[in-house]
Design a protein around this ligand. Structure first.
Ligand code: SF4
Length: 121
């Protein structure tokens, strides 16, 4: 699963962006439509308020390197530079068993993930 996908590809409502800019993960999993409908009612772009997950589209995504997700790799490297060692406690999230960032980057992905707001432009 891609843990930061636009609404058009989303199947899972992964979390909400808090006022502090952190992701509050939703467990157990809810369908993406719950977040999409809430954002429509509020008249806000869904990706600015919620994090959505969906199938990784590999070579159809600009972040795909040919072998792995370049975005997950970049986020972990950049988070490590600014925050040092990643937090040990993993957030409770609904997709860890199938998350591409976690599969490729390990627990460090989760520390960076909690600060990501999807840019759907
Ligand atoms: S990177 Fe970690 S916290 Fe984020 S969606 Fe994947 S498993 Fe969950």
């Amino acid at each position: 699963m891609c843990p930061s996908t636009p609404a058009a590809n989303a199947t899972v409502f992964l979390g909400m962006i808090t006022a502090a800019g952190r992701v509050a993960y939703v467990t157990p999993a809810l369908p993406a439509e719950v977040a999409v409908n809430a954002a429509m009612e509020a008249g806000a772009p869904v990706e600015a308020r919620y994090r959505l997950a969906g199938p990784c589209v590999t070579s159809s995504c600009g972040f795909w390197t040919g072998e792995h997700c370049g975005l997950g790799e970049r986020l972990v490297a950049s988070y490590a530079q600014t925050a040092g060692e990643p937090e040990v406690d993993l957030p409770r999230c609904a997709i860890r068993r199938t998350c591409r960032w976690f599969a490729e980057q390990g627990p460090a992905a989760c520390a960076a993930c909690a600060h990501v707001v999807t840019d759907a432009r």
